[in-house]
Ligand binder design. Structure first.
Ligand SMILES: [Zn+2]
Length: 234
């Protein structure tokens, strides 16, 4: 058993230097004797890092394979309804959603969000081939997708004029949530031919107004703002 003369760590008999402090190991008894083979591998084993391109290929292949196999299954086996269009639409959405993260990260945020909204709209359109009528798409589906896309586009637009912090983003979200809920309830009521009034969205609106008032107060008072940032670590 040998120990490093410098740091005292226990040494393997085959070592020529201390693995910790790199002090050369010299055992007078071993002079002239051949050292046993090192227990450690000589090659530095390193797994090659997966590149974004490889991930892109995998995502494209999996999504295309899913869409094509489902289409074939639909056409050749279960051909009562064109259900595979729903799968193809979902694959398309996933591809568009993953596109900026995997293929082109320099894509502007507003364009990414617009493409996401458009892909969801196309997916809903494909669903109309399965449903009896497309009235739901025109009166509910597309307006909701358009409203959500506009809500999302507000963030990149605002960030051009103001530095967006967590607190101001939260304020923006709690303004958009009730606006969306009210618009959604009114749209559903119009679609189902009920009188225009708000019920459940009024509850959401009330809660969000209270949160908004609290957030505006925090944003207006510097000491409160700093305290919240310190406590929440942002
Ligand atoms: Zn040492």
């Amino acid at each position: 058993m040998s120990y490093c003369v410098n740091c005292g760590v226990e040494l393997e008999a085959s070592l020529r230097e201390c693995p910790l402090c790199h002090t050369p190991v010299m055992n007078p008894r071993d002079l002239g004797r051949e050292l046993p083979p090192s227990p450690y591998p000589t090659d530095k084993g390193q797994v090659e890092v997966v590149k974004r391109k490889d991930l892109g290929i995998l995502v494209t292949v999996v999504l295309t394979a899913t869409a094509v196999t489902c289409l074939l299954l639909n056409l050749l086996v279960f051909h009562r309804a064109l259900w595979s269009l729903a799968v193809i639409g979902c694959c398309l959405c996933l591809f568009v959603f993953a596109f900026p993260a995997i293929f082109y990260s320099k894509m502007p945020v507003w364009l990414t969000l617009l493409a996401d909204g458009a892909s969801v709209a196309v997916c809903l359109f494909l669903l109309t081939f399965v449903t009896a009528s497309d009235a739901w798409l025109l009166q509910l589906g597309l307006p909701i997708v358009a409203f959500l896309t506009v809500c999302a586009e507000v963030f990149p637009l605002l960030s051009k004029f103001f530095p967006l912090t967590m607190l101001s983003c939260a304020l923006c979200v709690f303004i958009e949530i009730p606006a969306f809920c009210v618009a959604l309830e009114l749209r559903i009521r119009q679609f189902t031919q009920q009188p225009a009034r708000i019920v459940w969205s009024a509850v959401v609106l009330t809660v969000c107004v209270i949160i908004d008032i609290a957030l505006i107060t925090i944003l207006a008072k510097k000491r409160l703002r700093n305290e919240v940032r310190r406590r929440l670590h942002f």
